[in-house]
Design a protein around this ligand. Sequence first.
Ligand code: C5P
Length: 228
Amino acid sequence: PSLVAIVPAAGVGSRMEADRPKQYLTLDGRFILDITIEKLLSCALVSQVIVAVSADDPYFSQLSMANHPKVLRVDGGVERADSVLNGLNKALALGAQWALVHDAARPCLLVDDIERLLEQVAADDDGGLLAAPVRDTMKRASPDGFVDHTVNREGLWHALTPQLFPTKSLQRNVAAALAASIPVTDEASAMEWAGHHPKLVIGNDTNIKVTRPADLKLAGFYLQHEDN
Ligand code: C5P
């Protein structure tokens, strides 16, 4: 396969204050993770979806996508980047040239967005990511909780997912950044650390990460109003 998707889904989702990890909450009767996997598979170029799940996860087997022939389960890790690395190792074993990494907790992704990212990154070895320009005024806080200064928001972006990179290079750089204890909160940060300049591709604002309780309502609203 030339393109696989990797879905880190091994987080505990403590900010959600729910009885289970957020990827297993339901929207309109469907698990968030099921919705996310289906979205990725609706892009014809994605040949497999590799999902990183905690070894002792009791929920995955309840997904309707759990036994889909294109869905593969790997173990998650301590941090998101460890989970992604396990997925990348699997992707390499499958011979996938490109890896599209997408958070389990972003079920409102539109196929449009995936296609725009694939088109705009094309064969660029630096890869790229969906992102959105920052809208609010940004403050740098001092440790006492007061404003230290205002950060110029010109040129500041929110990093979203999916993020698209050549599998080998991403695997090498995530592994090396983790070994060097560099914070790797997204794939692009590992690539940047290794000297690459990933492309910022404007993503849809509705592609939110379900993190806090209010996000769940918003995600439900967006899903109900999707027209593709
Ligand atoms: O915690 P955060 O919102 O940054 O998590 C983003 C994604 O990474 C979620 O889909 C979560 O399930 C996943 N994750 C993971 N392994 C971890 C921590 C988070 O796969 N150890």
